[in-house]
Design a protein around this ligand. Structure first.
Ligand code: PLP
Length: 369
């Protein structure tokens, strides 16, 4: 099989979606499955839909278009504010988008009228993380602007936390979101179908809050893909954390001294590794590097330690018997490593559909923070 490759267990991803859909469903919250780490591969979209995601969400119109071309018919939302220059494509392929600029909403409306469609608008509210969002005191005017146009429909409001500044979802900011929704409905005489509370960082709040208020949707990527909430990166009980494996091939394996010799300056990336001496050690090179993934986000198999990576070489220390040349080493990935592997043209995605029973799901109970 070709290497490097990213093995993707679709059964595990479907399972993870199913578990989250069920648990959040009991709290009145739907799951919008976020596909953005996966370049719109239809296999992932299908796994999320089979797992019960009520819609799909992606930050790039290219990915949404790819899923449409592949025949995925689920409702799709663009979760990065549309570029003015891409409004025609957004209206053509996405059912809805998250928005924070009235100028863009007007452009979407004009385009929707031209295409004979109606585009859904979710207005994003700034709750303190200082990435996207309308300041709360400007929200009503923005909503009136949406309601004043044909071609667009006000679906609701949403928020995004913990992405730019690490501001945690809390009883306070989630209560504020609910209050804003209720306030808009009251002052504008409308019903908001969507109150989209946030991303995987909201999971602990959503599963444990005494009252989730008006929040009825979360947009979940990492929790489904890697089985973790993202505030503390704790495992979510009952989810697979090994749906993705990066497989690389051994191109050198030798016993070598661990201390470099010669005049030490800086390496290929301008770093100055500190020389250490652990005597003669097993040293293994696999054929992946910074062009394929983020090596700092890989976890090596037992008995192996990652020493570093250049563009195309990953160097491992091992106390195990040296692996044969041409054999494969398997790595777990965190989100940045996964994102880079999935978007690298050098890494081949390889879909597997193993029996869910075989996975070691995490059964420890880490729920509240
Ligand atoms: C990426 C993103 C998400 C999903 O985030 P995860 O942490 O992967 O769950 C949700 N909403 C928006 C606006 C995003 O950009």
């Amino acid at each position: 099989m070709s290497a490097p490759r990213l093995e993707i267990n679709l059964g595990y991803l479907r399972d993870n979606t199913e578990v989250l859909v069920e648990r959040l469903g009991r709290r009145g919250i739907r799951v919008s499955g976020v596909t953005k780490a996966m370049m719109g591969v239809p296999q992932l979209a299908r796994a999320l839909v089979e797992g019960g995601a009520s819609s799909l969400a992606d930050s790039r119109i290219e990915n949404i278009e790819a899923m449409r071309v592949a025949g995925i018919t689920a409702p799709m939302t663009l979760i990065r504010a549309p570029m003015l220059s891409q409004c025609a494509r957004v209206v053509a392929s996405a059912d809805a988008s998250l928005n924070s600029e009235s100028e863009v909403v007007s452009a979407l409306a004009a385009e929707a009228r031209r295409q004979g469609r109606v585009h859904g608008v979710v207005l994003m509210v700034e709750l303190g993380d200082l990435r996207e969002g309308i300041l709360p005191h400007d929200l009503e005017a923005a909503a009136r602007h949406v309601l004043g146009q044909t071609g667009v429909r006000l679906l609701g409001i949403g928020a995004n936390l913990a992405c730019q500044s690490g501001v945690a979802p809390s009883v306070r900011n989630m209560t504020e979101l609910s209050a804003l929704a209720a306030g808009l409905e009251h002052s504008l005489g409308v019903t908001l179908d969507v109150v989209s509370g946030g991303n995987s960082a909201n999971l602990t709040w959503a599963l444990n809050a005494a009252d989730v208020g008006r929040v009825n949707e979360l947009r979940l990527g990492e929790a489904i893909l890697l089985g973790r909430e993202t505030l503390h990166r704790r495992p979510v009980p009952g989810l697979h954390r090994d749906a993705f494996t990066l497989v690389a091939e051994v191109i050198e394996a030798k016993q070598k001294p661990s201390r470099p010799w010669g005049d030490i300056t800086q390496n290929a990336f301008g770093e100055r590794p500190k020389p250490v001496d652990h005597g003669v050690r097993g040293r293994v090179i696999v054929a992946i590097g910074r062009q394929d993934t983020d090596h700092t986000g890989l976890s090596a198999p037992d008995g192996y330690e990652i020493l570093g990576a250049s563009s195309d070489h990953l160097v491992l220390d091992t106390e195990m018997a040296l692996p044969p040349i041409g054999s494969e080493v398997r790595f777990g990935l965190n989100y940045p490593a996964l994102l880079r592997a999935m978007t690298s043209p050098y890494v081949t995605p390889h879909f597997v559909c193993a029996d869910p029973i075989e996975s070691n799901r995490d059964q420890t109970s880490v729920t509240s923070s």
